[in-house]
Design a protein around this ligand. Structure first.
Ligand SMILES: [Zn+2]
Length: 244
C-alpha cells in the first residue's frame, strides 16, 4: 500500500472569504482509492498532480467522498469509471454548503448518474482499507482507516480538518452537531492512529506535524501593489456551530 497526497489541504481564510483547499489523497492498495476530489478551483492542479503520479482519472477504482461540502466533491465528474462511496446519511441529508441551499438537490441528482454506493461504519473497500463513521461536521461524514503492515493511518476529512481541531477535540465547523463532531474526534483518537492525514492540513501524529506545507498565494505580480497579503495576523475563531 502506498498513500500519497495528490493535493495538499490547507485552511485558507481571508477577508474575501474562504479558499476551500481540501486535501486529495491517493491510497494505492489492491484498488486505487482517491479520497476526496477537490473543487473547480483546483481541478487543473488535481489533473496536473495526478499526471505527475502517472495516474489518470479513469484508472481510479474508488472515489471516497468524506462528505459533500463543495470543496471536497465538485470534481467527482472526472471519475466516471470509479465507484463513488459516501455515507448513507450524507447522500440523504448532506449539502454542498453545509447548510440548506438550493444547489444540493441538483448535485445529488448528478451523483445518481454515477456508480454511487452508500456505506456504513466498518465497510471494507479492501482488506486493509475501511470506512469509519464520523458524523458531526456533516450528517454522514466518513473517514477512512488504512492499515499497512500493522501501521494505522486515518484519513479524517473534516472530522479532523487540522491539528488544532485534533488537539481541542472539535472541528472548526460543526454544520450538523457539535456533540457528534466531538464524539467523532474522540473515536478517531481512541483508534490510536500512527498517522493522521486531515482534510485541511499537513499530516501529523500526537507529537505534531510530520511534514511542513508551504502555500504560495499569488494575487498580483510585477509592480502592482493594490492588494495586500497578510500572513499569520488573523487569529483563529471559536468553533462555529450550526444546527447544534
Ligand atoms: Zn472542507
Amino acid at each position: 500500500m502506498k498513500i500519497s497526497r495528490i493535493l495538499k489541504g490547507a485552511g485558507i481564510r481571508s477577508s474575501y472569504g474562504t479558499m476551500g483547499a481540501a486535501g486529495v489523497v491517493l491510497v494505492d492498495d489492491t484498488k486505487k482509492i482517491l479520497v476526496d476530489v477537490g473543487h473547480f478551483g483546483n481541478r487543473d492542479a488535481l489533473l496536473r498532480e495526478m499526471g505527475k503520479s502517472q495516474i489518470s482519472p479513469d484508472q481510479i477504482d474508488v472515489v471516497v467522498l468524506t462528505h459533500i461540502n463543495w470543496d471536497h466533491c465538485l470534481n467527482v465528474d472526472l471519475f466516471q469509471n470509479a465507484q463513488i462511496i459516501l455515507g448513507e446519511n450524507e447522500l440523504d441529508r448532506g449539502t454542498l454548503s453545509g447548510i440548506p441551499d438550493g444547489l444540493s438537490p441538483a448535485f445529488k441528482e448528478y451523483l445518481s448518474t454515477l456508480k454511487v454506493k452508500t456505506v456504513k461504519d466498518g465497510y471494507s473497500i479492501t482488506p486493509n482499507v475501511s470506512v469509519i463513521d464520523t458524523p458531526g461536521h456533516t450528517p454522514g461524514h466518513i473517514a477512512l482507516s488504512a492499515v499497512n503492515n500493522g501501521f494505522l493511518t486515518i484519513l479524517t476529512g473534516d472530522a479532523v480538518p487540522n491539528l488544532r481541531a485534533y488537539r481541542r477535540g472539535v472541528p472548526d465547523l460543526a454544520f450538523h452537531s457539535e456533540a457528534l463532531a466531538r464524539q467523532s474526534v474522540s473515536k478517531i483518537k481512541g483508534m490510536k492512529p500512527g498517522m493522521i492525514i486531515p482534510g485541511h492540513d499537513a499530516p501529523f501524529t500526537d507529537d505534531g506535524y510530520t511534514e511542513i506545507d508551504n502555500v504560495d498565494i499569488i494575487l498580483r505580480e510585477e509592480q502592482e501593489v493594490n492588494t495586500v497579503i497578510s500572513v499569520g495576523k488573523v487569529t483563529s475563531d471559536r468553533p462555529v456551530v450550526f444546527h447544534a
